[in-house]
Write a protein that binds this ligand. Structure first.
Ligand SMILES: Cc1ncc(COP(=O)(O)O)c(C=O)c1O
Length: 389
């Protein structure tokens, strides 16, 4: 390695450590329900996005195993070469049907979907208005697009309308928002955004990574939660690795959107297709989401119980409306210290720091799941009260 590069690594690493921002991987050996073996210790996981506990569902494992026998472990090529297999297309139809859209296109992850779809749809001469708390993959997709990108204050529709009044000389306009904000757990004001978009002929894109499977009477996500039609949000993105318990992502919308992305989204074109067996497992997950509402009911009951418990301890859970429940601390180093103290008590709640959240807004990001029992949550609240109360 060149000496200049070595020096750079050393200095940057030292700086991260000094600022309390150095990140390290933790190794989980085994999962059993909501409990994990973390580096040899059994701890309660309140950090996973597996909101319905589907990642360990035996029905998904069985579907996966059966499909492995038929299709093997890998697709062997990109979709446009020889990697396009019937499980991919069957899953796309199932997603389209579930989302009430004409069609859907799979991507290998949410990160791929946002960094592929956004620059395919928007470019030089276009304007993108993006909520300031949007996920990093949206930010990166916007950067890649070469469009003019303007952030609007979080969920502020007055500011959004003002920006649209002030910025008229653009070819196309996109408004992009998380459906459920990944670090705050609040929900975008989608009906107002849709109304404003129609006034200014802007296209709305929603990233429903944390909404799909969770929100709405049948788990279809943020649009269903608000009773919005899929026509009002022409670009619906979502992930398959959170509530659906698997891996991958989709963009749903009109068939012409799908055809266009197949031709133009570089992160779709230049990558090996998802393992087909995984597509079979996701399809099974969508069926469970639709047929077993009791999972969602248990999740929301757990959310209510845990949030009330945190309020009783006197903690600030910010504006959370979902299973993502932040506990605001502020200072980055202090947040990580509390995270470590909680681990000692057997409770795993990840601390999140800049650049994931703004400076001074470091927090513990707790996530509740349908896999948590009442005793699990009581145990967690006891530990939190001991460390933070
Ligand atoms: C809002 C949001 N969008 C996109 C992603 C990326 O999805 P994936 O993990 O599938 O890459 C995430 C989380 O990882 C997210 O929270």
């Amino acid at each position: 390695m060149s000496t200049k590069l070595q020096e750079y690594l050393k200095n940057e690493t030292a700086l991260l450590k000094e600022e309390g921002l150095f990140r390290e991987l933790k190794t989980i050996r085994e999962r059993k329900g909501a409990w994990v073996d973390l580096q040899g210790r059994k701890v309660l996981d309140l950090s996973s996005n597996d909101y319905l506990g589907l990642a360990l569902d035996p029905q998904l494992a069985e579907a996966f195993q059966q499909a492995l026998e038929m299709c093997g472990t890998g697709s062997g090529a990109s979709r446009l070469i020889s990697g396009n297999m019937s499980p991919h297309e069957e899953l796309e139809s199932a997603i389209a049907n579930f989302k009430g859209a004409e069609s859907a296109l799979l991507f290998n992850s949410g990160y791929h979907a946002n960094t592929g779809a956004i620059p395919a749809l928007f470019g030089k001469g276009d304007l993108i208005l993006s909520d300031e708390l949007n996920h990093a993959s949206i930010i990166d997709g916007c950067r890649l697009s070469k469009a003019r990108v303007v952030k609007y204050p979080h969920k502020d529709c007055t500011a959004l309308r003002k920006l649209l009044h002030e910025n008229r000389d653009f070819e196309k306009i996109g408004i992009i928002t998380d459906g459920v904000f990944s670090m705050d757990g609040d929900v975008a004001p989608l009906p107002e955004i849709v109304e404003i978009a129609s006034e200014f002929d802007a296209a709305v894109m929603v990233d429903d990574a944390h909404g799909v499977g969770i929100l709405g009477a049948t788990g279809r996500g943020t649009l269903e939660h608000f009773g919005l039609s899929s026509e009002s949000v022409p670009i619906q993105m979502g992930t398959l690795g959170k509530a659906l318990g698997c891996f991958g992502a989709y963009v749903a919308g009109e068939e012409k959107l799908r055809q266009f992305l197949i031709n133009k989204a570089r992160s779709f074109i230049f990558t090996t297709a998802l393992p087909p067996a995984l597509a079979v497992a996701v399809k099974q997950a969508i069926e469970i989401v639709q047929n077993e509402p009791s999972l969602r009911e248990r999740l929301w009951e757990n959310v209510r119980f845990f949030k009330e418990g945190l309020k009783d301890i006197g903690l600030d859970t910010m504006q959370s409306e979902t299973a993502i429940i932040p506990i605001l601390i502020g200072d980055a180093s202090q947040t990580m210290e509390i995270h470590r103290e909680l681990l000692k008590e057997g409770v795993f709640i990840q601390g999140v720091r800049p650049p994931t959240v703004p400076k001074g807004k470091s927090r513990l990001r707790a996530t509740v799941s349908a896999a948590h029992t009442r005793e699990d949550l009581e145990f967690a609240l006891g530990a939190i009260a001991k460390v933070l109360g």
